[in-house]
Design a protein around this ligand. Structure first.
Ligand code: SF4
Length: 445
């Protein structure tokens, strides 16, 4: 077989839209293509073919996806579409009839086949070895770790189970093997993701698989404990408050897993939650949060909420505001309800006026702002660990254990030596200032 020089290796460009789960799909596709000798192009012009990994969750995301496909068509012209919006091939072809292929979410084989057809692989297994940890689109020092795909719930506003199917968990040894390789390759922070992280393993009946010579069950708390032994930061995302979530709090208190929970509560009023068909009993959540904080006082909780869900009354919305005042969550994001094509909630009566949604969104953010500010103010005067993300001539920017990349705040690090730090380093910083989003501090070592 002739040797392939970088000049002759086929090049793929990728545009990855949507959530972290879609990003993991993009990484898997690139890992597979990388193993076959493809190179990644960072420009449309330099690519032989461009993959657009779309998001089809909200109408606004669909519009963004169509726009991205249009841009890739205009600037390159050889485009393979995949991801959640790929289930609507006719809608995509109506707007962009000349795309080469359209495939749905996690159809890795079909994407790879389409790329092969557009530009055949020219693989030499002796020189084109993909790094064992795979190719990653996130900075080298953190990585998303997808533990399952799909979802067994049927929240009325969501079409993810239709798009991605029922819960399909990866065996524990598979996940841990990937995590181990990532850490060996220099990853300092593992971001555990899925559609419903705390349901991990239900479909496998929690079957054990062997890792490092001992069985590990495919079970949320067991997985968290095993990941906690790898020496990297472990952050848990998309955790629903099922009762067994209580089991990971002691791991957080013991410093094995980051004291951070990303729980998409979506609402607090029982009737709205019922209309949303949310999984997990949210009764007594406030009591549980108080208990969690008792066990792990450092725990940071992030959540998202939907305002203006069909039928949401002013009183139910005010109940949510009161709940937020009591829950004192660290970080909160809010969305105005939007109908999603195919979602059950579209058929619910009592659509809320756009002006009212906007007003509620603003009031929710206004209510939360001082709460987040007060939570962050408690960090002032403490010396904390910070994982450095970026360094420039003014200093370094990183994150604390309470901040996930891209969605939460930053820690701005000044002081002697700050400009000499490297991304991926974990340093100690004394915090001297805070606002409602970010922290500022001085490097102490
Ligand atoms: S838990 Fe609900 S919102 Fe989350 S993916 Fe499943 S159905 Fe959608």
């Amino acid at each position: 077989m002739p040797k392939i020089s970088p000049k002759t290796a086929p090049k793929v460009g990728i545009v990855s839209l949507g959530c972290a789960k879609a990003l993991v799909d993009s990484e898997r596709i690139l890992t597979r293509l990388g193993a076959e000798g493809y190179e990644v192009s960072d420009s449309y012009e330099g690519a032989d073919v461009v993959i657009v990994n779309t998001c089809g969750f909200l109408d606004s995301a669909r519009a963004e996806s169509l726009e991205a496909i249009g841009e890739a068509m205009a600037r390159n012209g050889r485009v393979v579409v995949t991801g959640c919006m790929g289930v609507d091939e006719s809608g995509i072809r109506k707007a962009h009839p000349n795309v080469l292929a359209v495939t749905g979410p996690h159809q890795y084989e079909a994407v790879v086949r389409a790329v092969h057809e557009a530009v055949p692989p020219a693989h030499d297994p002796f020189i084109d070895l993909v790094p064992p940890e795979g190719l990653h689109l996130t900075p080298r020092h953190y990585a998303f770790l997808k533990i399952s795909e799909g979802c067994n719930n049927s929240c009325s506003f969501c079409i993810i189970p239709d798009l991605r199917g029922k819960l399909a968990s990866r065996p524990a040894a598979d996940v841990l093997g990937e995590a181990e390789r990532l850490v060996a390759a220099g990853v300092r922070e593992l971001l555990v993701i899925s559609q419903d992280t705390s349901a991990y393993g239900v479909d496998l009946k929690y079957a054990a698989s062997d890792w490092r010579g001992a069985p590990v069950r495919a079970r949320f708390a067991d997985m968290a404990a095993a990941l906690g032994e790898l020496g990297a930061w472990v952050r848990l995302h998309y955790v629903y408050p099922y009762p067994h979530v209580d089991e990971v709090i002691p791991l957080m208190a013991a410093g094995k897993v980051l004291p951070y929970l990303d729980i998409p509560f979506q609402h607090a009023h029982p009737d709205v939650l019922r209309a949303m068909k949310r999984p997990a009993d949210q009764a007594k959540v406030l009591e549980r949060i108080a208990k969690w904080r008792e066990i792990c006082p450092d725990l940071a909780i992030r959540s998202t909420f939907i305002v203006g869900f069909p039928g949401e009354t002013e009183a139910q919305f005010e109940y949510l505001l009161d709940w937020l005042e009591e829950a004192k969550l660290d970080r909160v994001g809010a969305f105005k309800y939007e109908d999603v094509k195919g979602a059950a909630s579209n058929a619910l009566g009592g659509q809320v006026d756009e002006d009212v949604k906007q007003d509620r969104w603003e009031r929710l953010m206004e209510t939360q702002r001082p709460i987040s500010e007060a939570r962050l103010a408690t960090r002032i005067g403490r010396t904390i660990e910070v994982l450095i993300d970026e360094v420039d001539e003014d200093g370094a920017t990183g994150r604390s254990k309470w901040d996930a990349p891209e969605v939460d705040g930053a820690v701005f690090v000044e002081g002697d030596g700050a400009t000499g730090l490297q991304p991926g380093q974990i340093v100690r910083v004394e915090i001297d200032e805070a606002d409602e989003t970010d922290l500022w501090g001085t490097l102490v070592g």
